[in-house]
Write a protein that binds this ligand. Structure first.
Ligand SMILES: Cc1ncc(C[n+]2csc(CCOP(=O)(O)OP(=O)(O)O)c2C)c(N)n1
Ligand SMILES: [Mg+2]
Length: 916
């Protein structure tokens, strides 16, 4: 197959096609009613129609020519980027058919005529030739801009005002230009120095994209200038060490130390991670005297997976700094590779989160390090769109394509992009076209697959060299002085290298932010010691009253209102508490104690099963009322959100949130537990492993509706077994609960211990309304969570059979025991699989020493559920007894699609568990 030369551009523009459709629609609207479109479009269509007219119908009238010129100006604004010189490896086309004079009905003769420039800035009337020069200067040099897809006229005007009068050309003072050169020197020499010293070691060099370093310095400087206090950064492997060293000022000695010993044991514990995945944070002293805190989020290899995590962290930090209105103090910055940005769905998902009420962060600045390749894959193989950034049009973000070999243009667009974000609170994208000097990593041979591209790259001078020459030419800095800057930096690197080589100590300079600030004291090991999580009755009554109080004039849905008196009575009279009431009481009691609660998930406000009604909706006005925010003055806030229909981005976001807020109950709920596998990367790479890899704790709660109730393969099973295979080193808690009180205590316990661990709950569906799945209020007033539950009504005589189970099947078993008149079987429940409280189970089953048979019962198929997790544990616990599995047969699909077969299977497994 012929491979395209690497132009950074894929096939003919889908984006252009997409905008052509859009323009057609607008054209039709204009034809029906010229005032229905904006002034710019009116001018455009007037000129366009004139151009389409046969010659003899066109009067030579000046006004018509002026309209043609207006169309031409519009066209440059719209598609000037197609001929912009943004690719350091390719000559750009100098013309485009859609920009030719003939396209507008103009000729060479018009070039010398004077026309009005509209809003273009500069003199109001100049020759057409000059107008085109100005337009090419603005839109077709090192910066190509896509912004006319933005519907908001204020945004478009703002961008025009910022770009056109100064022709998209920065005027940096000499000291800033010298600083840019120094940053390029840092970027390049850091790579060449380590390349020479640590031959063949992977570092994912930034060479070819060194302008990223001045770009990031510019970002922080502009951030400081707009009053921002913190930047939360997410970035992939490429150039990460460089960014750590040269932006976050992670000590060079520490980085070299990590090169000496690829997997250095971390001082805080855990198995650690490779150096180009770790997080870091530091304070950046900006030149205006302010300090900006920079925090690079640890991330896995899985490209783009960190995006929603960064957004969640940002939002939590904004809350922490009281920045919840304008969101200008804490800024998310995401850096991407071109192939990953175009390919990974999480990019689109994260864009989609960006303006949603419970998830917005005031806009993210995205920088795509577009080195025009992904490993060995070229753009033509990697995407169907022209640019890797076309996905950003989903949120109408402005997109700046910029030549990475023009570092001043890069800094200019970074400054512009961030000011846009600070002004409009929405996303903005920079596509920095550059190249990759080496192979994918330093041991890789790029000439195997891209020989022509790499011949070009071989002969391409580093941007530091061309910029040095430019500064010399502009008499800003002599070449001698430039060389001196390089030597000074090399000396610093060499000094750091020598100290590491001499002793190889773990430098003390590594700050440990893992358990500082609000996390202080929360790094204790996991223990089973019960924590008292009961709540005095009076406090529960206070919550229950809030839950039963309908504000004056609020028209509550009758069905929703019907259950309020019952709920109140359950608490005041000490009655039976069902699952959803227990949940609301857990939330409410925490809120009253000052712990905020955040719950997000699909349809979580009402609850998928109509069980929660966390907000009420006025039947006539649709106005909402959240009773849990009206418990008492000074209480913490309850935030509940219906999420967008995604698992990965939303779970990633809420997980990110939980990283910042250990004293907030953060819950993510799947619609049905099955769907959580759409977020597998977040579960595998972050939730279960972050503590071990990066010493980052989280107390996130995952609610995963689970239970075999005849709803078919996709609404029965939350893949309990998947979570169980992830369990080690007390990393996560996995529960399948049977009572509302257990749920209540499990939720409250999350905030009451000297450690935080993610809590995965197989959440109920039918148990939400099961008449036996209730708890007496007294179980909420005192007591605590228990990992195992004994049989509340054990056999009066001898126990012949010990039945062990977990979750909903327990209720089928106790009903079966009554139905079949079984009097010799005890039923013990495993409420928490992991961490596995072996001692507690051992103590419980002591009462049933006489049982000849031990049965593990589950409703899941044999290849799922808790069986394989329990088997070795049960063998150890009952070495001399007969151990049996009762449950569904192994099956490729989790459950049958037939309700009848489901019922037969369920009845059979219950009978088998209890009777021989
Ligand atoms: C989700 C995911 N799939 C595959 C990989 C393997 N992988 C690592 S880097 C890479 C290419 C990335 O290309 P690009 O995004 O353009 O970044 P670059 O390396 O060019 O800077 C691939 C496929 C990965 N890390 N993550
Ligand atoms: Mg790439």
């Amino acid at each position: 197959m012929a491979s395209e030369p690497s132009t950074g551009l894929a096939r003919p523009s889908l984006s252009v096609l997409a905008s052509a459709d859009y323009i057609d629609q607008l054209h039709q609207l204009w034809q029906q009613d010229p005032t229905s479109v904006s002034e710019e479009w009116r001018l455009f269509f007037t000129g366009f129609e004139l151009a389409m007219c046969p010659r003899d119908c066109v009067s030579a009238d000046r006004a018509n020519d002026q309209s043609r010129v207006a169309s031409l100006i519009f066209a440059y604004r719209n598609i000037g980027h197609l001929i912009a010189k943004v690719n350091p490896l390719e000559e750009s086309p100098t013309s485009h058919p859609s920009l030719d004079l003939a396209s507008f009905g103009l000729t060479e003769q018009h070039l010398e005529q004077v026309f009005d420039t509209g809003h273009l800035g500069g003199p109001q009337r100049i020759k057409l030739r000059e107008i085109i020069e100005v337009l090419r200067d603005i839109y077709c040099r090192s910066i190509g801009v896509e912004y006319l897809h933005i519907q908001n006229v204020h945004m478009r005007r703002w961008l025009q005002q910022e770009m056109e009068p100064i022709r998209n050309r920065p005027q940096f003072p000499p000291e800033r230009r010298i600083a840019i050169l120094e940053q390029l020197i840092d970027a390049e020499l850091f790579e060449t120095f380590t390349h020479g010293r640590y031959v063949g070691q992977k570092r994912f060099s930034l060479e070819g994209a060194e302008s990223l370093i001045p770009a990031l310095h510019q970002f922080v400087e502009t951030a400081a200038g707009t009053g921002a206090e913190e930047v939360v950064i997410g970035m992939p492997h490429r150039g990460r060490l460089n960014v750590l060293a040269n932006l976050l000022h992670k000590p060079y000695s520490l980085i070299f130390h990590e090169f000496e010993d690829n997997l250095a044991p971390d001082p805080v514990g855990g198995d650690g991670d490779v150096k180009y995945h770790r997080g870091y944070s530091s304070d950046y002293p900006a030149s205006n005297g302010r300090t900006v805190h920079l925090s690079l989020t640890a991330n896995p290899s899985h490209l783009e997976a960190v995006n929603p995590v960064v957004e969640g962290r940002t939002r939590a930090k904004q809350r922490f700094r009281g920045d919840t209105v304008h969101r200008r103090k804490v800024l998310p910055l995401l850096i991407h590779g071109d192939a990953a940005f175009a390919g990974q769905g999480l990019v689109a998902e994260t864009f989609n989160l960006s303006q949603l009420e419970g998830y917005r962060t005031g806009g993210t600045v995205h920088i795509v390090v577009n080195n025009q390749i992904g490993f060995t894959t070229l753009p033509g193989e990697a995407r169907s769109s022209r640019y890797p950034t076309d996905v950003a049009k989903l949120v109408e973000a402005p997109i700046f394509h910029v030549n990475g070999d023009d570092p001043e243009a890069v800094c200019f667009v970074v400054d512009l992009a961030l000011r846009f974000r600070q002004t409009f609170g929405s996303d903005v994208v920079i596509d920095m076209l550059c190249y990759r000097k080496h192979g994918h990593n330093e041991g890789d041979e790029p000439a195997f697959t891209q020989p022509l591209m790499y011949q070009k790259i071989e002969n391409h001078p580093p941007v530091r060299v061309t910029y040095q020459l430019q500064l010399e030419q502009d008499r800003v800095l002599s070449l001698d002085d430039s060389s001196r800057l390089s030597e000074e930096f090399s000396d610093r690197l060499y000094e750091a290298f020598k100290t590491v080589k001499a002793s190889c100590p773990m430098p003390d300079a590594m700050p440990d932010h893992a358990f500082a600030g609000s996390w202080a004291g929360l790094n204790q090991p996991y223990v089973f010691d019960p924590v008292e999580t009961g709540v005095p009755k009076a406090a529960l009554e206070e919550v229950a009253r809030a839950l039963a109080t309908v504000p004056e004039g609020f028209r509550l849905n009758r069905k929703v209102g019907r259950r309020l008196p019952e709920q109140l009575e359950a608490v005041t009279a000490g009655g039976a508490v069902d699952w959803s009431l227990a949940e609301l009481l857990a939330f409410g009691s925490l809120l009253a104690e000052g712990f905020p609660v955040r719950l997000s998930g699909q349809d979580s406000i009402r609850g998928t099963f109509s069980q929660r009604h966390a907000a009420w909706f006025d039947t006539r006005s649709q106005e909402t009322y959240v009773p849990l925010n009206h418990i008492r003055d000074g209480q913490a806030r309850f935030c509940v959100y219906n999420s967008m229909l995604s698992e990965a981005a939303v779970l990633g976001f809420d997980y990110g949130y939980s990283l910042v807020e250990p004293n907030m109950l953060v819950l993510w709920e799947a619609q049905f537990g099955d769907f959580a596998n759409g977020a597998q990367v977040i579960i595998d790479q972050f939730i279960s492993a972050a503590l071990d890899k990066w010493q980052r704790g989280s107390g996130i709660v995952m609610l995963l509706p689970h239970g075999y109730e005849g709803q078919g393969p996709e609404h029965s099973n939350a893949y309990l077994e998947r979570y169980l295979t992830l369990c080690a080193e007390d990393n996560i808690q996995v529960c399948n609960l049977t009572t509302p009180a257990q749920y209540f205590h499990a939720l409250r316990r999350q905030l009451k211990r000297g450690f935080r661990r993610p809590l995965v709950i197989m959440a109920p569906k039918s148990l939400l309304r099961h008449k036996r799945a209730v708890s007496p209020l007294s179980d909420l007033v005192s007591g605590h969570f228990s990992e195992m539950l004994d049989d509340p009504t054990p056999p009066e005589g001898s126990t012949r059979r010990l039945v062990l189970c977990s979750g909903k099947v327990y209720y089928d078993l106790i009903e079966g025991r009554e139905q079949h008149g079984v009097s010799d079987a005890a039923i013990v429940r495993v409420e928490q699989f992991y961490p596995f409280n072996d001692a507690l189970l051992r103590a419980l089953v002591k009462h049933y020493k006489g049982a000849e048979q031990v049965v593990w019962v589950q409703e899941e198929t044999k290849n799922r559920g808790g069986w394989f997790f329990m088997l070795p544990r049960l063998l150890e616990l009952f070495p001399y007894r007969k151990l049996r599995y009762v449950g569904r047969e192994p099956s490729a699909s989790p459950a049958t699609g037939s309700l009848r077969i489901h019922r037969e299977q369920q009845a059979k497994l219950v009978a088998e568990a209890l009777i021989d």
